[in-house]
Design a protein around this ligand. Structure first.
Ligand code: WTA
Length: 657
C-alpha cells in the first residue's frame, strides 16, 4: 500500500526505517490470558486441545462423544453432543449472577443510547423467540435478517438460535435484489427488518427493499419490522403479512425454553462473494462455531470480566457475527454497539465513544484506520483514550504505516496490536499474534493460532522455503470452519479443496519471512477488497452487462490509499449507444440497484474494446496495470495488441466518483 497523498509523519518513518519488532509490554505479559504453552499443547494433539476447551467452556445438554469426524473435506465436530447457543450466550451468565452485567452499550447515530444487560437480553430474546414461533417459524427453518445496527439485530439472531432456526443476515448496504437472491437460496420464511436506520445524519430506508425482495420471494410469509425511524421515514405495512416488532414481541411472555440442538445443527448461513456471479451461502453450525469464536475471542483479545470491548464492524459481515455477537456473548463480555458512520457528526465520533464508555479493547479495519489518518492526529489526541489496552485489526492487510499510526496515536505506544487474519469461511480468527506472547511486526499477522496449521505453498502445493511467497493454505480442520456451501457440496469441494488436494485454499497470497512470520498479500482470485468489503469482480461485471446499454464489462480493483482497493469498471457499449457522463452515472446506479451501494464502481471508463486472449478471456491483469498506471505486464497472449494501448491512452479520462 502506498500513500499517494502524503509521506508518513517523521516518527512513523523512523519506526518503519528501523523495521522494528514490538515485544509485548511486560505489564501486559504478566496478566495475559494466553500463554505460550498453548501452542505446545495444541501441537501435541490438536483434537485433545479443542476437546478440553469444549468441555471447559461450553455448557452442554448432552456431552459430545467424539471430538472430530473428518471425512475430508466434510468435518463434524463434537458429535453426539447437544447444546443451545443462546443458553451459552445468555442464560448461563444470568444463572451465574451476571444478570446486571451490561451485554451491550448501544449508541445510536443521532445520539440516543440504550444499555442492555444480560438479564434484558434474556428477556428480550425469549420474547422475540416466542414471536417467531407465533409467526410460524420452527426449528430448522431459515430467517432472513436485514437490519441496521440496533439492539434488535443481535436479539433477532439469538431468537432464531434459541428455537433452532437458522438466520441469514444480509448487510443493510445490499439491494432488494441481492436480498431476494439470498432469500431464495436459503428459502427463508420470514424477513426481520426495520423501517430503516441512521447513516450520516440521514434516515436510510430498509423496509422498501424488504418489500421488493418479499414480492419476489414466494417462501416469505411474514415481515417483522422494528420501528427505528418512526416519523422520520414512515414505513408502509402490508396487513396480514407485516407485523411491527413492538406489537408482537412486546406482548410475548419472557419464557421460551432454549431448544437443545445437535452440535452440527445449522446455526446460520452467511453469503459471501466468490469468483462467480452468484454469492456463496457459507454454512456455520452450532457447537464448533461457538467454541472457535469464544476461545479466539478470549485468547486474541485477552478478554477479562471488566473489559469494555468494541468491535466496530457491522453485524452484517462475519466479523460482526463472530466478534460482536457469538464470541463475546459466550464470554459474557460487555460490548459497545454503534449504529452509524465514523464521521458523524464529526471525525472524532469513535474517539468520543471510546472516551465515554472507557473502551478497553478496540477492533477495527485498516480502511477505517487510514480514513482516520487522513483526518490527522489532533482528533484522537483531544480525547482521553487511556482506557484502551489492546487494539485489533481485521479485513485486509494492514500496511505498516497504518499499523504504526494506530500504535502511536490510538494505542499511545502502550497497547499490543493484534492483526487478525480470517474469513467468512473460517468463522474464527486463524492467524494472529497472541497478545502477551507474540512479538509483533507492523504489517504481519504473525503466526497461526494454537491448533491451526497454516502453510504457504507453490502452485504444486509444496511448501515454499521461508522468505518466499505463495498461496496460503490450511492443513487441518478447525472447529468454526465452514461446513459447506448451502445446498452445494460439489461447489464447496471444488472451490476450497480442489486447487490443492487435501488442503483448504483460502484465496489469499502470503509469504513467510525468514523468521517464519506470515505476511498476507491480498486475494489471488477475482475477489476485491473494498473498504474491507468482499466484492467479486464478476458480480459487478454481470450487474453492468445486465444494463441494456452495456455490451461487455471488465472490473478490477485499483489500489487505493484509503479503501485498499477501489472498483474500476471498463465498459464497452452497444453499437447504437452514445457514451456520456449521464450514462456513467446511470450504470453506477444500476450496479447499486442490482448489488447494493457498496458495489458502485468508483471509476468507470468507456472503452471501444477489451483486451482478450485468443480464446476470448478478458485479461484483467492488464486492465489492473492500466487502472494503476503501471507499465503493462506480459501482453504476448493478447489477441489484439492495439486494444490495450487504446485503453491506456484513454485511461486518464475515466469518470471518477
Ligand atoms: C482478507 C473478514 C490480510 C483476506 C474477516 C480474506 C485479511 C478476506 C485480513 C476475508 C488480515 C481478512 N490481513 N487480509 N488481517 N483479514 N483479510 O470473508 O483477503 O469478509 O480472504 O472476512 O479478507 O474477508 P471476509
Amino acid at each position: 500500500m502506498t500513500n499517494e497523498q502524503s509521506s508518513p509523519a517523521p516518527e512513523i518513518e523512523n519506526l518503519m526505517a528501523e523495521g522494528r519488532a514490538f515485544p509485548p509490554p511486560p505489564a501486559f505479559v504478566a496478566q495475559a490470558n494466553a500463554k505460550a504453552d498453548l501452542y505446545l499443547e495444541a501441537d501435541d494433539d490438536y483434537e485433545a486441545f479443542w476437546a478440553r476447551l469444549a468441555r471447559e467452556r461450553l455448557t452442554w445438554r448432552t456431552p459430545f462423544k467424539r471430538t472430530l469426524e473428518w471425512d475430508a473435506p466434510f468435518a463434524k465436530w463434537f458429535t453426539g453432543g447437544t447444546l443451545n447457543v443462546t443458553e451459552n450466550c445468555v442464560d448461563r451468565h444470568v444463572a451465574a449472577g451476571l444478570g446486571d452485567k451490561v451485554a451491550y452499550h448501544w449508541v445510536g447515530e443521532p445520539g440516543d443510547t440504550r444499555t442492555i444487560t444480560y438479564a434484558d437480553l434474556l428477556r428480550e430474546v425469549q420474547q422475540a423467540a416466542n414471536a417467531l414461533l407465533e409467526l410460524g417459524v420452527r426449528t430448522g427453518d431459515r430467517v432472513a435478517i436485514y437490519m441496521p445496527m440496533i439492539p434488535e439485530l443481535p436479539i433477532a439472531m439469538l431468537a432464531c438460535a434459541r428455537i433452532g432456526a437458522a438466520h441469514t443476515v444480509v448487510f443493510g448496504g445490499f439491494s432488494a435484489e441481492a436480498l431476494a437472491g439470498r432469500i431464495e437460496d436459503a428459502q427463508a420464511k420470514l424477513i426481520i427488518t426495520a423501517d430503516g436506520g441512521w447513516r450520516r445524519g440521514k434516515p436510510v430506508d430498509l423496509k422498501t427493499a424488504a418489500d421488493e425482495a418479499a414480492a419476489q420471494s414466494p417462501t416469505v410469509e411474514h415481515i417483522l419490522v422494528v420501528r427505528r425511524l418512526g416519523d422520520a421515514l414512515p414505513a408502509s405495512m402490508t396487513p396480514g403479512r407485516d407485523v411491527w416488532w413492538h406489537d408482537i414481541v412486546t406482548r410475548q411472555v419472557a419464557d421460551c425454553p432454549p431448544v437443545p440442538v445437535d452440535s452440527e445443527h445449522l446455526l446460520y448461513i452467511l453469503y459471501t462473494s466468490g469468483t462467480t456471479a452468484k454469492p456463496k451461502g457459507i454454512v456455520h453450525t452450532s457447537a464448533g462455531y461457538l467454541l472457535g469464536t469464544s476461545v479466539t475471542h478470549e485468547m486474541v483479545f485477552d478478554i477479562k470480566p471488566d473489559d469494555v470491548y468494541w468491535c466496530a464492524a457491522d453485524i452484517g459481515w462475519v466479523t460482526g457475527h463472530s466478534y460482536i455477537v457469538y464470541g463475546p456473548l459466550a464470554n459474557a463480555t460487555t460490548g459497545v454497539l454503534y449504529e452509524g458512520a465514523p464521521d458523524t457528526p464529526g471525525w472524532d465520533r469513535w474517539w468520543q465513544i471510546v472516551e465515554d464508555y472507557k473502551v478497553t479493547v478496540l477492533y477495527m479495519a485498516p480502511t477505517a484506520i487510514r480514513a482516520f489518518m487522513k483526518q490527522g492526529e489532533a482528533l484522537p489526541a483531544a480525547r482521553d483514550l487511556s482506557s484502551l489496552r489492546l487494539l485489533g485489526s481485521v479485513g485486509e492487510p494492514i500496511n505498516p504505516e497504518a499499523w504504526l499510526w494506530y500504535h502511536l496515536n490510538i494505542g499511545r505506544e502502550r497497547c499490543p496490536i493484534v492483526d487478525t487474519w480470517w474469513q467468512t469461511e473460517t468463522g474464527q480468527i486463524l492467524i494472529s499474534p497472541l497478545p502477551g506472547v507474540t512479538e509483533t511486526k507492523p504489517g504481519s499477522a504473525t503466526f497461526p493460532l494454537p491448533g491451526i496449521s497454516a502453510d504457504v505453498v507453490d502452485s504444486n502445493g509444496d511448501s515454499v522455503p521461508l522468505g518466499q511467497g505463495g498461496y496460503l493454505v490450511l492443513k487441518r480442520p478447525w472447529p468454526a470452519m465452514l461446513r459447506g456451501i448451502y445446498g452445494d457440496p460439489d461447489r464447496y469441494r471444488a472451490t476450497y479443496w480442489g486447487r490443492f488436494p487435501g488442503m483448504y485454499f483460502a484465496g489469499d497470497g502470503a509469504k513467510r519471512d525468514t523468521d517464519g512470520y506470515f505476511w498476507l498479500l491480498g486475494r489471488v482470485d477475482d475477489v476485491m477488497n473494498v473498504a474491507g468489503h468482499r466484492i467479486s469482480t464478476i458480480e459487478v461485471e454481470s450487474a453492468l452487462v445486465d444494463h441494456p446499454a452495456v455490451a461487455e464489462a471488465a472490473v478490477v480493483g485499483k489500489e487505493d490509499p484509503v479503501t485498499g482497493q477501489a472498483i474500476f469498471a471498463f465498459c464497452t457499449v452497444r453499437a447504437d449507444v452514445e457514451t456520456s457522463d449521464e450514462l456513467a452515472h446511470e450504470l453506477r446506479e444500476h450496479v447499486a440497484k442490482v448489488i447494493g451501494p457498496i458495489a458502485r464502481p468508483r471509476y468507470l471508463l468507456f472503452t471501444p474494446d477489451l483486451p482478450k486472449t485468443r480464446s476470448g478471456k478478458i485479461m484483467r491483469r492488464l486492465l489492473r496495470d492500466v487502472a494503476e498506471g503501471r507499465a503493462l505486464g506480459d501482453t504476448t497472449t493478447l489477441a489484439d495488441q492495439g486494444v490495450v494501448e487504446t485503453i491506456r491512452a484513454g485511461a486518464g479520462r475515466a469518470d471518477e466518483e
